[in-house]
Design a protein around this ligand. Structure first.
Ligand code: ZN
Length: 157
């Protein structure tokens, strides 16, 4: 049995905003920034869902399924995206084998929250281990947040 590999990258812009929470992998990060997005802008959930879709050999993007022109998805909890993709995965007899996540952000220090995000994601994704780390753009001006995810799935069909 060989694994199916998927990769995804999601990027959103940040802005100074203390009225909107910054949410990564379902965890609220206390900081002065918010992610600009139609949904809650959770780059981690977006990239995880997209990498899983990629590993399944899908040509559909989460942006097509959860169209940002559709007001149904305004400020949506991105957990819905992950849940949807996991249901699709289970229907096609795939299970997650491994996931590795890198979050890139210059403005917010994320290291103190990684373990909390990791634990939460393992619960959500029903897996016993998951790699997560953060790094920076090495550019003080950078106002973005990026998440890169690689995952492997096993098919039990
Ligand atoms: Zn996104």
């Amino acid at each position: 049995m060989y694994p199916f590999i998927g990769f995804a990258k999601d990027i959103h812009n940040l802005r100074h905003d203390q009225t909107r929470p910054l949410i990564l992998g379902g965890i609220t990060i206390p900081c002065e920034y918010a992610i600009i997005a139609h949904s809650d802008g959770d780059v981690v959930y977006h990239a995880v869902a997209s990498a899983i879709l990629g590993a399944m050999g899908s040509s559909t993007t989460i942006g097509e399924i959860f169209n940002d022109q559709d007001s149904t998805w305004k400020n949506m909890d991105s957990l819905q995206i992950v849940t949807y993709v996991m249901q699709l995965m289970e229907k096609q007899h795939y299970a997650i084998h491994n996931i590795d996540i890198t979050i890139v952000c210059e403005q917010v220090r994320l290291a103190p929250y990684l373990q909390t995000i990791q634990k939460h994601l393992m619960n959500v994704l029903h897996i016993a281990h998951l790699g997560i780390k953060c790094t920076r753009f090495e550019d003080p001006q950078n106002q973005q947040i990026e998440c890169d995810v690689i995952c492997s799935l096993i098919n039990h069909n």
